[in-house]
Design a protein around this ligand. Structure first.
Ligand code: ARG
Length: 475
């Protein structure tokens, strides 16, 4: 059923109806649409546009419809253009023509954006809850490996020894920033556009601030034209979600590499691996790869919406209907990847002896030699040169740095005394980096304990926010 037949001599051509129709995807907004309709109804009753008696009939009809929507008993049909028309049809079928009173004082332009914001508040918090599960899984693994020695890589080449828990904890840091961004989003965007009408505000809905607070919004937008045309909130959400996807892709990439026979650092549980249809021996890290691969579509969703928004004139344009599918896709993609990745991380078994075995390969203690000289007063540029010469000597002799003799060290630089040996262990290199962000065992332990507290706080915050906004979601 179309909401706009009067001035037309016939219905739209089939091809137009097919192009225009959004209900197949915007039906996801149905529960929020019912909720917003009820807040709008209360405004119309307060302003006297709808009588108290009719108001009760409409409210009861909307609530019943809400229940039927969640049970699946009521849904859209082939004729419905979008979620808003389907719900108006359902209401009129249920309570008769009085259901049509509700269209007074609002437009789909302000309705759709209000529904969409409620959807996003609800679902960003769901994504946040899933992120916090992944964070907890990473914290547990980091804690298990807060003393595991590992080679640290730059350019995927051995760089300096590190603690493996430090390596894992870096992902937690990134994911906590994602939670922070969701918090920022909520703070900035939980503001209601309802009451903007089509473009200019509404004569029949004079106190939209009341519906805004009834819906749980923290305020109301100040410009009706901005209210119906702003999709910054959707683009921002897509950025936040794409950033999460990119973090997951980096975790996926590491697990993929670490689980190769060449590395052998991690065994991924069978439940989180897949096989090959031809090679019976294969156990592939598909979860990690899908996490990596799906980041592409999350980035695509963001760039797609930004491109739609670029250069749009004035207020509502139908182009804006293109805002929803990318957001639904990004949310739904993450809600599928996150639990799988959390399961993969929490059940993974790391092998400390394999991880640590190559720690000194690739002359990874060369910085220690240079630092040793710098501490003895040698300008770092010269210390770096001398350490480089030691590496050259090692390469010539097929040795690692700790295998050079005292006289070989002395031949490179007079200040390379036998004391250098104390600096030439992986553990020594690690423990010397004991500043707050360093990889020393003590620093990593402190970092992990801070991460655990930050995670607990985040979990509490997410559950408070979900509670705070839950009133918005229920009719
Ligand atoms: N389905 C539309 C959308 O998602 C609803 C708003 C329609 N407004 C209009 N003036 N045609 O944007």
């Amino acid at each position: 059923m179309a909401l706009w037949g009067g001035r037309f001599s016939g219905g739209p051509a089939d091809s137009v109806a097919a192009l225009s129709r959004s209900v197949d995807f915007d039906w996801r907004l149905a529960p929020y649409d019912v909720r917003v309709n009820i807040a709008h109804l209360n405004g119309l009753i307060a302003s006297g546009v709808i009588s108290a008696g009719n108001g009760e009939v409409i409210r009861a009809g909307l609530k019943a419809l809400g229940v039927e929507i969640s049970s699946g008993k009521f849904s859209y049909n082939d004729q419905d253009e979008d979620v808003h028309s389907a719900i108006e049809r359902g209401l009129i079928e249920k309570i008769g023509p009085v259901g049509g009173s509700l269209r007074a004082g609002r437009s789909r332009n302000d309705l759709v954006v209000t529904d969409f914001k409620l959807y996003l508040i609800d679902h960003l918090l769901e994504v946040a809850a899933e992120i916090s599960e992944l964070i907890s899984a990473l914290n547990q693994q980091s804690k298990k490996h807060q003393e595991t020695v590992a080679p640290g890589f730059t350019h995927l080449q051995h760089a300096q020894p590190i603690i493996f828990g430090h390596e894992l904890a870096k992902h937690t840091q990134a994911l906590l920033r994602d939670l922070d961004r969701i918090g920022d989003w909520l703070e900035r965007n939980s503001i209601s556009p309802l009451g903007a009408g089509a473009i200019a505000g509404s004569a029949l809905q004079p106190t939209p601030e009341i519906s805004a607070s009834e819906l749980g919004f923290t305020g109301i937008l100040e410009n009706s034209i901005d209210a119906v045309s702003d999709r910054d909130f959707a683009a921002e959400a897509l950025f936040v979600l794409a950033m999460v996807g990119i973090h997951l892709s980096r975790i996926g990439e590491e697990f993929t590499i670490w689980s190769t026979s060449e590395f052998g650092w991690v065994s991924v549980a069978d439940a989180y691996s897949t096989g090959s249809s031809i090679m019976p021996q294969k156990k592939n890290p598909d979860i990690a790869e899908l996490a990596r691969g799906k980041a592409g579509r999350l980035v695509g969703n963001l760039t797609g919406l930004l491109t739609t928004l670029k250069g749009l004139p004035f207020a509502y344009n139908r182009d804006l209907q293109e805002d929803k599918e990318p957001v639904f896709d990004s949310i739904e993609t993450l809600l599928v990847i996150l639990p799988a990745l959390t399961g993969m991380v929490s059940t993974a078994i790391f092998h400390p002896s394999v991880i640590g075995s190559g720690v000194l390969a690739g002359h990874s203690l060369a910085t220690e030699v240079a630092d040793f000289l710098a501490k003895a007063g040698v300008p770092f540029a010269q210390a770096h040169e001398a350490a480089g010469e030691c590496v050259k000597l090692c390469e010539k002799e097929g040795k690692e740095l700790h295998q050079l003799s005292d006289s070989q060290f002395a031949s490179v630089h007079e200040k390379l005394t036998p004391d250098i040996r104390t600096a030439l262990t992986a553990q020594g290199a690690i423990d010397s980096r004991s500043s707050i962000l360093g990889t020393a065992v003590s620093s990593v332990a402190e970092q992990i304990s801070n991460l655990e507290s930050a995670t607990q706080e985040a979990v509490k915050w997410i559950s408070n926010e979900r509670h705070r906004f839950s009133g918005m979601m229920k009719p």
